[in-house]
Design a protein around this ligand. Sequence first.
Ligand code: ZN
Length: 301
Amino acid sequence: MAKSKKKTSKKPTVIEVILALIIFVLGILFGDQVLPTTENTATTAGLADGKPAMHFVDVGQGDCTLITYNGDAVLIDAGPVSAGDAAAEYVKSYVDEIDYFIITHPHEDHMGGAADILDNIRVANIIMPDMEVDTRFYQNTMSRIDEKNINVIYSEAHAVYDTGNIKITIIDSVIPDDDNLNNVSIVTRIDAGSTSVMLSGDAEVEAEMQIVENYTSISGSALYDASILDCDVFKAGHHGSTTSNTSEFLDLVTPGTVVISCGTGNSYGHPHQETLDLFAGYGFEVHRTDHSGTVVLSGEP
Ligand SMILES: [Zn+2]
């Protein structure tokens, strides 16, 4: 009798105790995180309504960032051709229409998936550099833009676009450089609610230093006020390469959180160790799509 009573008692088993401990520790780690929080999965339906969300979509080696707030959406880049379908699928699962689609520069790892985006989601406006290239993905994108009669805005520094919920400020745009299209990258600050993000595409040292020079040496200019560079989140320049992410630029952006968008085992060695060391020195909270898949940060209204 005594034995069978013991068996049916409510005393937790070792496995139950371990499970409870795991749940308790997970609760401490993820339950009450101060924003921005990461969900690090592609299924983030639980993201709180009424808060801005920044989705750094895992497109392998490339960039694709979706920012949503109160039904408005801005997409920055679309990843490579190979990830176009997946990028479109991801974006479609969150929004019906993109208010502004920014193509930072006409490189395949940023513009390759653009035609798939345009095939699958309504886009109201496209912001891109006035820079033509002779590639198939460029032609495909431009023919879709023609067919669908989408409004194209060639980027200009200091231009501001406001969806009502998301504000786009073009920080700098286009160092004409046929030899290095990375420096053509549109550098953008996006404000969604009270959270701000800096996205610089693949802009390299020369472009970053031009921004630093412009925004710190032209005194008394309303157009160049360095405080506009101060952002909460920074999408690491050029996939975390040492050819970008200068300390001079970072000193003005002063992000708390940095997201690196790159592919696992990519042939460029992105992100470079030197860059990771620099970010660690600043104490940035660093997230990587090659480690975590799609990174989703939740901002403040
Ligand atoms: Zn790139």
